[in-house]
Write a protein of this length. Structure first.
Length: 348
């Protein structure tokens, strides 16, 4: 059924389809009895799926990555798709329109997307007001970034502002310094500026009555030497974990015609082409650090097998985004059922 719906939706502009789908989901779940139907259809309840990490108990290990619910307007409805947690954002201190349209493109032969959204969002205060409307107990992560106009020398203040505004309304934070769509943002992944940024956030965190977990989201394009730095920084700044990984700037090995790729231009690539590299990054971090910190695996998860590979590589939780768009709302349930099936086989 979803393949038929997807074929129709994929006839139209991706960003417009996203907003249409959001409205459709909200309308559908407002119909009496529909929430119960979605619960039965999409949510897999089983205590064996629970994972406890950095002080939080996740009902299952499958989350929705940042980028889908940028302004925290959909998480109450998306909770009925079977996710164990939802990450909102990326949220910046001030609202901003993002990059010029078109800025979201489908690569259907590759089951992928290219986006250069540019942290379009309504800002931290607006997100806070939306998060005050939480009607479910689903775990919410707050993915934060800097405004486009903020120079890197002042980036720490942007992250601190969003951290303070959202602190009481999210369950954990994700520091996003790895999007390729904000000029010079990725240079914040370098050792010195990243250490400074995370140290300042941890100072704020430590001053709270009860701290919140802070994770770092990294790019898949880092070298092994840079990943070694990430491990060192994570341990030295007492981060709660790493999310591996964001979108890639690589275009290697794509099936989509070169002429179309040139016409699309810059942007972060997500979906199946990222599957292997993101898993490699997870494995490297897990093995080199000897599993010294939790890892959330994301990148190219379109099937249950993709998710299991990331868990086998060392991920404690996984997130989907592009796979959710291509495969539909049954994907979280398929992954959770595969985890339970494998656990049952392992114990037999």
């Amino acid at each position: 059924m979803y393949s038929i719906i997807r074929s129709f939706l994929f006839l139209f502009d991706p960003e417009k389809v996203h907003h249409f789908t959001a409205r459709l989901i909200r309308f559908t779940l407002a119909i009496p009895g529909m929430k119960a139907i979605w619960k039965k259809r999409f949510i897999v309840h089983d205590p064996r799926l629970e994972r406890t990490l950095f002080g939080l108990t996740f009902p299952n290990p499958v989350g929705l990555a940042a980028g889908f619910d940028k302004d925290a307007t959909m998480y109450n409805q998306l909770a009925y798709c079977g996710f164990g947690f939802i990450e909102v954002g990326t949220i910046t201190p001030l609202g901003q329109p993002g990059n010029e349209k078109p800025r979201l493109f489908r690569l259907k032969p590759d089951r992928a997307l290219i986006n250069r959204m540019g942290f379009n969002n309504d800002g931290a205060e607006a997100a806070k007001e939306q998060l005050k409307k939480r009607k479910t107990n689903i775990i919410i992560g707050g993915n934060i970034g800097k405004n486009k106009v903020t120079p890197n020398e002042e980036a720490v203040e942007d992250y601190k502002k969003s951290f303070e505004v959202l602190f009481d309304y999210v369950d954990y934070f994700v520091v996003n310094v790895s999007s390729p769509n904000t000029p010079n943002l990725r240079s914040l992944q370098e050792k010195e500026p990243l250490t400074q940024l995370l140290t300042e956030l941890q100072k704020l965190n430590g001053a709270k009555e009860k701290r919140k977990p802070i994770l770092l989201k990294i790019a898949p394009d880092l070298t092994n030497e840079q990943l070694d730095d990430i491990i060192e920084i994570t341990l030295n700044t007492h981060l709660d974990g790493v999310i591996a990984s964001n979108t890639t700037i690589s275009r290697e090995g794509l099936k989509t015609e070169e002429s179309k790729l040139k016409a699309i231009g810059a942007g972060g690539l997500s979906g199946k082409p990222v599957t292997t590299r993101s898993t490699e990054v997870i494995r490297y971090l897990a093995e080199k650090s000897e599993k010294a910190f939790p890892i959330i695996g994301v990148g190219g998860i379109h099937t249950a097998e993709d998710a299991l590979e990331k868990l086998d590589a060392g991920a404690d939780l996984v997130q989907v985004y592009t796979g959710f768009i291509y495969e539909g709302p049954k994907l979280p349930g398929r992954i959770n059922k595969a985890i339970l099936k494998r656990n049952a086989i392992g114990k037999s």
